[in-house]
Design a protein around this ligand. Structure first.
Ligand code: ADP
Length: 313
């Protein structure tokens, strides 16, 4: 039985390995925020399914094989005829920072949940799971009609006892406007049970200057566990029981120091995957956060979103 269903987009990832914007060499991988979370959750023992749409090209076939190799259920993945998945490139800049370039506007994932049969498949896929995980990127790529179908399906899923986990992962370039992003994210935060947020996204979205302000921002939602990731700084968690107006005082969990950070791509995604797996396994909140810190700390020692299987904890 599936414990966790992640929904979103998986893309080809090209990471430049040498000079800024070099055209000669790039490593090819497969990544996407919710896909990354699904992979790390599965590696931490959770029973995971991934829901998306792909093409029928050889790269989509590779993605399906990779998901299967990670032990992730792919029954919810529809392959659209004559289509190809999106692509992004992580390029090195002269100053040592990285830039991200995307070719994803035509990707099949953007048409998820736009037909009655796709919505029915999604509902069947999540029916017996414990948690559905999505992000602000999942929301940003979907048309309004699909957002309505997703919201309605999740409301019914929650009524049957399911839980929604969400990371706002705010990427301004994916949204028509800041206003639209706030409205859509607010709509899904209001039905979120477990919020796995990052200080920077919350500052850019809502202007929150501290973890306490983040908790305050979301106090009127369904959120019962709210976690604020802050890079190398300690993680802040807030909890409350159903029906409580306010969160309990925050608990701070140390982030182990990582001496050589190679690439922080997927730090937050891997944190979320390991956290959800530990949480599903019945670990306490602080133990789940410590597992998540360990996992993210090992992922950032490697280039690209998905670290080699034997290299992560
Ligand atoms: P995101 O990738 O969403 O921006 P963060 O940068 O907040 O998320 O990082 C998520 C988690 O990754 C942190 O909570 C921490 O566990 C780990 N992490 C990120 N950067 C560092 C770092 N420099 N040193 C140690 N751990 C880190």
């Amino acid at each position: 039985m599936t414990d966790l269903v992640a929904i979103g987009e998986v893309m080809l990832e090209l990471s430049s390995t040498d000079a800024p914007h070099a055209l000669s060499t790039a490593k090819v991988g497969v990544a996407g925020d919710t896909f990354n979370t699904a992979v790390y959750a599965a590696r931490h023992g959770a029973n995971v399914a991934y829901f998306t749409q792909l093409g029928d090209d050889p790269y989509s076939a590779k993605m399906l094989a990779l998901l299967a190799d990670e032990g992730i259920n792919t029954e919810g993945i529809v392959q659209l005829e004559g289509r190809e998945p999106g692509l992004y490139m992580i390029a090195n800049r002269a100053d040592g920072e990285r830039t991200f370039h995307y070719w994803r506007s035509q990707s099949p994932a953007r048409e998820m949940l736009t037909t009655a049969s796709a919505v029915a498949l999604f509902r069947r896929c999540i029916e017996r799971s414990k948690i559905v995980y999505l992000s602000g990127i999942t929301l940003a790529i979907l048309p309004d009609q699909a957002l309505d179908a997703l919201h309605q399906s999740l409301c019914e899923y929650k009524a049957q006892g399911g839980q929604v986990a969400f990371d706002s992962n705010y990427r301004p370039r994916l949204w028509q406007s800041h206003q639209k992003a706030k409205a859509v994210i607010q709509r899904f935060m209001s039905i979120t049970d477990i919020a796995l947020l990052t200080d920077e996204d919350e500052q850019n979205l809502w202007g929150c200057e501290s973890a306490t302000q983040v908790a305050q921002q979301h106090v009127a939602t369904a959120v019962k566990v709210l976690i604020v990731k802050r890079g190398a700084k300690d993680v802040v968690s807030f909890t409350r029981t159903e029906g409580d107006d306010a969160f309990l005082p925050p608990v701070f969990i140390d982030v182990p120091q990582v001496k050589t950070v190679v690439d922080t791509t997927a730090a937050g995604d891997s944190f979320n995957g390991a956290f959800l797996a530990a949480h599903l396994a019945g670990k306490s909140l602080s133990v789940s956060i410590s597992c998540a810190n360990q996992c993210a700390g090992s992922v950032i020692k490697h280039r690209g979103a998905i670290a080699p299987k034997n290299a992560t904890v």
